[in-house]
Design a protein around this ligand. Structure first.
Ligand SMILES: [Zn+2]
Length: 192
């Protein structure tokens, strides 16, 4: 019972807090995302469309690059890399909601230009300089995120290429075994 009345009292105190912004006020919202698309040369084949496979006897043979190959179209020599992008959106407050819908019971601000932000996320400011500083922080985090994504994609692709090399090697080994077997048959025939 004591716990309930404490929570009730706390709710009343919070409900009396003034909104952090006013209707019609200009706000600056920092945003960043890790998935802005960018075309870069293929990091596996460097745009050459193939990688070189070295056989056991030292001879080399080109193998089509799998990393930049898309479906049936074959290697393209470039890949789509997801990089960071960020901006400060200038907006005008059109809505302020006290968040009984939000975990932290905080304020939610809505503004022109599809702005919809939880104030507690710390991305909404009443001046551009603070928003720019925040954008820098968000951009760095997004850059790290997209670098991690690309590195794991690259690592997976190298694993796949290794698998391809292994596959070709095992085919060659198998054919060499067969060749030896057939040659054996011929020389046995000659002896007979
Ligand atoms: Zn490639």
């Amino acid at each position: 019972m004591a716990a309930i009345s404490t929570a009730h009292a706390k709710g009343r105190v919070m409900a009396s807090e003034r909104p952090p912004f006013e209707f019609g006020q200009t706000i600056y919202v920092a945003t960043a995302q890790a998935f802005s698309e960018d075309c870069v040369p293929c990091p596996i084949c460097a745009g050459k469309l193939h990688v070189t496979l070295t056989l056991g006897d030292g001879t080399t043979t080109p193998v089509g690059c799998e990393f930049c190959a898309g479906g049936y179209s074959g290697p393209k020599g470039y890949v789509t890399k997801h990089g960071p992008s960020s901006s400060v959106v200038v907006s005008t407050v059109t809505g302020l909601t006290r968040g009984k819908f939000f975990d932290d019971n905080g304020w939610h601000v809505e503004g022109t230009g599809h702005v919809s932000e939880r104030v507690s996320a710390g991305n909404v400011f009443d001046n551009e300089a603070d928003a720019e500083a925040r954008r820098g922080v968000l951009h760095a985090a997004a850059a790290e995120q997209s670098r991690d994504n690309f590195e794991s994609q690259f690592k997976r692709a190298k694993g796949k290429t290794t698998w391809t090399v292994g596959y070709h090697r095992s085919c060659i080994k198998d054919l060499e075994r067969k060749l030896e077997w057939h040659r054996g048959k011929l020389s046995a025939g000659r002896v007979a």
